[in-house]
Design a protein around this ligand. Structure first.
Ligand code: IMP
Ligand code: MG
Length: 177
């Protein structure tokens, strides 16, 4: 089966939006005592966090965790598996979780609960894409790149069955039978 990929957000649109997000995040945490840490959820956020951290003008650390909440390729289920925990101690730090997409909210809800047990000073979320149609859990996402409807997207770090992460733009995946 082939896929057709239609550009949804170009490289240019993405970088403009990330520049604005970076400015807003820098301004917000400006008063903080410099204990800011970005935690990227692997693997989908790796391109996003690489661009975002270079648009945040205040000192911060970067760490990663890997979780799995998918029972198959396209739907997330309720369970969360921690495949790789963060490396740094986040106690007393301002933590900003960086995620590619929020859909049902299951993944971020579980990650929030897991990280809050580690005693951060604050815990906020920055997502690149906000899918509203299937939200099951109401979650505060302080920073959002783009809000989209229920379409399957790939590229800019985001995969379908481990494919397409390398695309420099965000594309809509169209199935061709
Ligand atoms: P949630 O747990 O239902 O909020 O789903 C969020 C997770 O599902 C994210 O970590 C994404 O990796 C993944 N996801 C949701 N929509 C898409 C998509 O359109 N393409 C690729 N991954 C997606
Ligand atoms: Mg994911």
């Amino acid at each position: 089966m082939d896929h057709i990929i239609e550009v949804m957000f170009s490289e240019n649109e993405i970088i403009k939006r990330i520049s604005a997000l970076g400015k807003s995040i820098s301004k917000y945490y400006n008063q903080s005592d410099n204990n800011i840490i970005l935690i990227g959820l692997l693997r989908g956020s790796f391109v996003f966090i690489a661009d975002l951290c270079r648009n945040i003008s205040i000192p911060h650390e970067v760490d990663f965790m890997t979780v799995s909440s998918y029972e198959n390729n396209v739907h997330s289920n309720g369970k969360l598996r921690i495949i790789k925990d963060i490396h740094e101690d986040i106690k007393g730090k301002d933590v900003l979780i960086i995620e590619d997409i929020i859909d049902s909210g299951n993944t971020l809800n579980k990650v929030l609960k897991f990280l809050s047990l580690k005693g951060p000073k604050s815990l906020s979320i920055c997502v690149l894409l906000n899918k509203l149609d299937h939200r099951k859990i109401n979650i505060n996402t302080e920073w959002i790149g783009f809000t989209i409807s229920n379409e399957f997207v790939v590229g800019y770090g985001i995969d379908y069955a481990q494919k397409y992460r390398y695309l420099p733009y965000i594309g809509k995946l169209i199935y061709k039978y």
